[in-house]
Design a protein around this ligand. Structure first.
Ligand code: FCB
Length: 467
């Protein structure tokens, strides 16, 4: 078997987020989050579920660290629940919230796993939403206060920090399309939210560096490469539109200190911006947003193929049989990861990139032998690792990779219907079961290498967790 090695020191990790795994949403002084409220009231969670128990990680984190150890993880990406730390969003600190993450960090370090936290993975304190949420500039100020509190407490042990996870999802899914909390459908508000998220990031970079000498700070963007369906001008323009709407809207401010002019013009034409220079962008904002980053976090799942619709408006051109899509309806396109990494490297030159999420939703039952033979997930991961390795060989400054996700969990508006975990979770008993993909990934972390041909570690008899 040929193995393709990764550079020494390459970080192999797995990722989760607080709202998706912790549960215990009313324990030990935690405040309400916008996702608690949204799940309770919106009728928009596919299976009618809510995140109040989820994977019960709040009580089972020690066991979950054992699972990470078994996988051979070098790092664990998790997020901190703002409503646990500052239940009303600003002001009063909840010591029990800080204690929880303090113990988790110590537990990880004892296990030889680097903690790699994200400060905001979507669980805004509901109290701040009641005062306007991310549409209000004051929320950006509150975020900086929160970031300082957390990094002051954990910064002696935690050196790598993510500010925000996927601002596009927060702005567009949460405020333009209404699929995510807080469930608004207001494009103008979405763009204002995007600006305040970016601004709060830029301000927090300064606050974190102040609290944590030698900190590495970055932001995570869900990069989705866009391809035109044909070489026709209309299709190329549709693809340019999507790239501006999804990727450049965030990466240009971060790396170039300006929103992309063509995408701004698109938004003005659509009536989502009153002018190219909306009043909520104040002097100094763009300089704050483009504060130098130590790394860019990239989440990659799939691509978009775009064409001009009958009326010229950009539309999705993909037409792929359902069997070839993941359970999210996403095309499996590893080449897109390669293209994305090289494009980001070329156009934005971040000094470092971590793949902060990559993975696939597939539902496999536990079979008669007690095994979850998630063949398609293994193939998905294997092919994406090979694509990533090729981008690395061509100069992309990749320093680590995190699988989404360690565990099956609460997948936002889809509730528990989409399973992304390396470990399957039986939500009735909270039992964790390693899937074949866990065995596959364990082999990768053990050798710091990926099989050049087919992933051999999925073959053979069912294996027990030997720990
Ligand atoms: C990303 C989110 C993560 C999870 C995966 C599937 O957009 O960051 O929480 O939902 O998608």
């Amino acid at each position: 078997m040929s193995r393709i090695p990764f550079p020494d020191g390459f970080i192999w990790g797995a990722a989760t987020s607080s709202q998706q795994i912790e549960g215990a949403t009313t324990e030990d002084g935690r405040g309400e989050s916008i996702w608690d409220r949204f799940a309770a009231e919106s009728g928009k969670i596919e299976d009618g579920s809510n995140p109040s128990v989820a994977c019960d990680h709040y009580h089972r984190w020690r066991e979950d660290i054992e699972l990470m150890k078994w996988l051979g993880l070098g790092a664990y990406r998790f997020s901190i629940a703002w409503p646990r730390i500052i239940p009303a969003g600003r002001g009063q600190i909840n010591p029990a919230g800080l204690d929880f993450y303090d113990a988790l960090v110590d537990g990880l370090l004892e296990a030889g796993i680097e903690p790699f936290p994200t400060l905001y993975h979507w669980d805004l304190p509901q109290a701040l939403q009641d005062e306007g949420g991310w549409a209000a500039r004051e929320t950006a100020e509150a975020f900086v206060e929160y970031a300082a509190v957390v990094t002051r407490r954990l910064g002696d042990r935690v050196k790598r920090w993510v500010t925000h996870n996927e601002p596009w999802c927060i702005a567009t899914l949460g405020h333009e399309e209404g699929h995510h909390a807080p469930g608004h459908k207001n494009p103008a508000e979405g763009l204002r939210v995007a600006h305040h998220l970016l601004l709060s990031h830029g301000w927090a970079v300064g606050a974190i560096r102040h609290e944590v000498p030698q900190a590495e700070v970055g932001l995570v963007h869900n990069y989705c490469p866009s391809y035109p369906a044909s070489a026709a001008k209309g299709d190329r323009d549709a693809s340019r539109w999507f790239d501006g709407f999804f990727n450049r809207w965030y990466l240009d401010p971060l790396f170039k200190g300006a929103y992309p002019a063509d995408a701004v013009a698109d938004r003005v034409a659509a009536g989502h911006l009153e002018s190219a220079d909306p009043p909520y962008i104040l002097e100094g904002d763009m300089a704050a947003i483009s504060a130098p980053l130590d790394f860019l976090g990239v989440n990659y799942y799939s691509r978009n193929v775009m064409k001009a619709g009958p009326d010229g408006k950009p539309i999705d051109a993909k037409n792929i049989p359902k069997e070839e899509l993941t359970d999210m309806g996403w095309e499996v396109y590893p080449e897109g990861l390669y293209d994305s990494l090289l494009r980001i490297h070329r156009d934005y030159t971040p000094s470092k990139i971590y793949i902060m999420e990559n993975g696939a939703a597939y539902d496999y039952p536990v079979d008669a032998r007690g095994r979850i033979a998630d063949v398609k997930r293994v193939t998905y991961l294997h092919e994406h690792l090979l694509a990533m390795r090729r981008a690395l060989a061509e100069g992309a400054p990749l320093a680590g990779y995190f699988v989404w996700s360690l565990l099956d969990n609460f997948e936002w508006g889809f509730g528990f219907t989409k399973r992304f975990g390396l470990y399957g979770v039986d939500f009735a008993t909270q039992q964790r079961i390693p899937k074949d993909s866990a065995f596959f990934y364990r082999d990768v972390t053990a050798h710091n290498a990926v099989d050049g041909d087919s992933p051999s570690s999925t073959q053979g008899e069912p294996r027990a967790l030997d720990r």
